[in-house]
Design a protein. Structure first.
Length: 430
């Protein structure tokens, strides 16, 4: 990892900012990430079923989908320090409220999850992407985003392992789940305070006139809407995000309810599936994209082809407890492939030379499309699981994922061509 960081040519100040910002970008989700290792206990502590939880996640997705496009240009007006610290602090307080309170009525949970959508995504995430995009050189975008995924995966492993340990130590009870939720929410608040005190202010638009900042930011936003590279990047990202929604949330209950594994085993699988794979796949994706493929789109095209094959294997594997080991291995390979794509899926924006002063706006438009599955995927998956027997429900989900993988392959095929055309134009001095 040290060698990969050195390839980014960060100054000491840039390195500290990069590490703090990227760490915060995962710790803000420490509370909600528990679902990837303790899905059923997490839902039990919230007092909801699969469909209701899918709807709650859909509320986050709704705010994210439309909030990214509405608030991206606004984030270009404020420093990363203010945006990240304030939003993650509020997110942590909301999470702590849910953790401390007894099972709340659904409408209260809906309000809280809407708050998560604003503070963890719509008013937050584009600034994270903008920061990484601005700190890293244009030719090292994929490496920077890959390292970002590695660090985020490390924090996810630590927080989820802590949640599993607390839940196990306290006897697999709702009380144990609540304590784990409180601890992770507190880590989010602590990370927010760290950003506030240790990340300096910045002024990306280089102007002291508030009205001028608004005019420039909004003008940049309108220009971004006319950039095909931004739209194609977002649509390609949406394919893997919809797949990731299933990988990170529903693979654990899939093994538990279809292959009948005990909670301890599926929790260990969840840690490997959600965190260990992320630790290895993210930086590998960025490195080989920049230094082997010279284009993130070409790497993603290959990954989508592999993903299609793996999902087909998972679909046709016998749904018997005697074959749970092959099933788990295939699912982990699916997860690794998703994280390889996630490590670089917004890199094409930097590779296409989108101006840095439009960074948050470009990332917001791409995020609007890329994260849109968070609005529809969770409710669909949750409803399917509640509407059909477990084996049939997950077969339907796998068929959906195969279709998304094929679409992702097609999009990245054409996106790769556009990146090559852009680079040839630069070489020719056009």
């Amino acid at each position: 990892m040290g060698n990969k960081l050195s390839k980014l040519d960060f100054s000491r100040k840039q390195l500290v900012q990069f590490l703090l910002i990227v760490s915060n970008s995962q710790l803000v989700y420490a509370f909600i990430a528990i679902r990837s290792v303790l899905y059923d206990p997490f839902l039990e502590a919230l007092g909801v079923n699969n469909t209701q939880f899918g709807v709650l996640m859909g509320f986050i997705g709704l705010i994210t989908t439309f909030g990214n496009i509405a608030f991206g240009w606004v984030q270009d007006r404020f420093s990363t320090r203010k945006v990240l610290a304030v939003n993650s602090f509020v997110y942590g307080i909301l999470a702590l409220f849910v953790a401390i309170m007894p099972q709340s009525p659904f409408f209260i949970l809906a309000i809280v999850f809407v708050g998560f959508g604003f503070t963890g995504d719509a008013l937050y995430w584009a600034s994270v992407l903008k920061s990484v995009r601005n700190i890293a050189p244009e030719t090292k975008q994929a490496t920077a985003f890959g390292i970002m995924e590695f660090i985020r995966g490390g924090w996810e492993f630590i927080t989820n392992a802590l949640a599993v340990a607390v839940y196990t130590w306290l006897g697999y009870t709702i009380f144990g789940m609540k304590v784990a939720m409180c601890i992770n929410a507190s880590l989010t608040i602590l990370s927010a305070l760290t950003i506030w005190f240790f990340v300096p202010e910045e002024n990306l638009l280089q102007t002291n006139v508030s009205s001028e900042k608004t005019r420039l930011a909004f003008k940049g936003f309108l220009q971004v809407l006319r950039m095909p590279a931004v739209w194609m990047t977002g649509l390609a990202a949406s394919c893997v995000y919809a797949t990731f929604a299933a990988v990170n949330t529903y693979f654990v209950p899939y093994l538990k309810n279809v292959y009948l594994l005990p909670i301890a085993w599926v929790s260990i699988f969840g840690l490997i599936n959600g965190s260990i794979t992320r630790l290895t796949a993210g930086p590998v994706a960025g490195f080989i994209s920049d230094y082997a493929f010279k284009s993130s789109a070409h790497l993603m095209k290959i990954c989508y082809a592999v993903l299609t094959i793996l999902l087909a294997v998972a679909l046709f594997l016998p749904k018997q407890s005697s074959v749970f080991i092959p099933a788990a291995i295939v699912l982990i390979l699916v997860s690794i492939t998703c994280f390889l794509i996630r490590g670089v899926y917004y890199s094409p924006i930097g590779e296409m030379g989108v101006p840095k002063e439009m960074g948050a706006a470009a990332m917001s438009v791409a995020s609007f499309i890329g994260y849109s599955p968070s609005f529809w995927a969770y409710p669909i998956y949750g409803s399917v699981i509640d509407s059909f027997p477990s084996a049939k429900a997950y077969s339907i989900i796998f068929i959906i994922l195969i279709g998304l993988a094929i679409l992702g392959f097609t999009l990245n095929f054409f996106l790769g061509k556009k990146i090559l055309e852009h680079r040839e134009s630069n070489k020719a001095g056009v």
